[in-house]
Design a protein around this ligand. Structure first.
Ligand code: FMN
Length: 339
């Protein structure tokens, strides 16, 4: 007699290990690179991480080597999902397949056995440059293409989890979009609680995220839902997760106000950080940056946004920032930090 054992998808095994609610660090282009993710993971770790969004049409072109910096990660990082965007379904399939079979991890020089834990599709970015090409949030208005992209990505990803990150709708809240997405048997769906038209100008509509959970409960019980928008502390996130029965909470800009916001006592921890501690933290970030981006893949000025995060909240911080942000070389930056 043959016994068939139900083998859980690799995806489910990984996502099932997350606490409820789990906390994810939001993908932020030019912010959440491997360096910042490592800093966060060392000081106040998230349960799940995403790369910055990376264009599949570029990755499958001669421009690939230049884009690899977006996917770069370290073996010591927490569970990481690669976020993709683009236009051509075949490029999604090829990229997802190269993520799942470890091609990218090998190209990035990672030891065998270390890989991404999933593929996420960006269907929410509202930026004009992406939208005018029909990508990201513009896919809300082109569902046949969104369908082709999801199908192609799932084919490529095989057993690896496939998720989507999106918004509430184009110009109005449009639950038919979420119903459509949830009809694709996704492993996870992240909802940033604003429409594309709202950009970041209004507070996130958490009630609407709650409505999407109800739709999920009816048509796609196995799809995890992450809520996102304006969360600054874990306590706040936990309260909303409970109220709306969310599986996870994603935090992005909260990290700009408090790099420890993903720790339990985040607000107190950062309040109690003194000048020396803050400078030391920035120096650690700069050291890791210099060690990681040796070929100048990321210009020095990309450190300025982190300078604003760490060098703040003490007398003389503004003057110190001005000096640090005007440095032209890493050596000059170290000298100032030493002083
Ligand atoms: C500088 C910046 C870059 C971003 N880049 C991405 C991105 O690459 N992919 C993505 O899905 N969302 C991106 N977002 C949106 C965030 O992931 C998140 O949805 C949004 O900031 C709302 O969450 P928050 O209020 O916790 O910041 C970006 C946001 C910011 C501020």
């Amino acid at each position: 007699m043959t016994i068939f054992l139900a083998v859980p998808k690799q995806s489910k095994l990984i996502l099932n290990t997350l606490p409820k609610p789990f906390f994810a660090l939001a993908p932020m282009d030019d912010v959440t690179d491997t360096v910042f993710r490592q800093v966060v993971h060392t000081n106040a770790p998230a349960d799940l991480y995403f790369t910055e969004f990376v264009n599949v049409d570029g990755l499958q072109s001669p421009g690939r080597p230049k884009l690899l910096k977006k996917l770069r990660f370290a073996a010591t990082e927490g569970p990481l999902i690669a976020q993709l965007w683009g236009l051509i379904p075949e490029n999604f399939e090829k990229t997802a397949s190269e993520i799942a079979d470890g091609t990218f991890a090998r190209e990035l020089g990672l030891p065998s056995g270390i890989n991404f834990k999933g593929v996420d599709l960006n269907m929410g970015c509202p930026a004009k440059s992406e939208v005018k090409n029909g990508t990201c949030s513009a896919l809300m208005n082109n569902r046949p293409l969104a369908h082709e992209i999801i199908k192609a990505t799932k084919r490529g990803a095989g057993k690896m989890p496939v998720s989507v990150k999106t918004r509430l709708g184009w110009s109005e809240i449009d639950y038919s979009w979420h119903e459509f997405l949830l009809g694709h048997n996704l492993d996870m769906l992240t909802i940033h609680g604003r429409t594309r038209r709202e950009m970041s100008k209004v507070p996130a509509h958490w009630d609407a995220i709650g409505e999407i959970v109800k739709i999920r409960d009816k048509i796609a019980k196995d799809t995890l839902i992450i809520g996102n928008g304006d969360i600054l502390t874990k306590q706040q996130g936990r309260k909303l997760a409970k109220e709306y029965d969310l599986d996870g909470i994603m935090i992005g800009r909260g990290l700009f106000e408090n790099p420890f916001c993903l720790s339990e006592d985040g607000p107190r921890k950062w309040e109690n950080y003194d000048v020396i501690g803050k400078i030391k933290l920035f120096r650690e970030h700069v050291e890791l940056f210099a060690d990681t981006w040796r070929e100048g893949e990321r210009p020095l000025h990309t450190l300025n946004k982190f300078c604003k995060v760490y060098i703040s909240g003490f007398d003389g911080a503004k003057e110190m920032r001005e000096k640090l942000m005007n440095c032209q070389t890493i050596t000059e930056l170290y000298q100032h930090l030493q002083q």
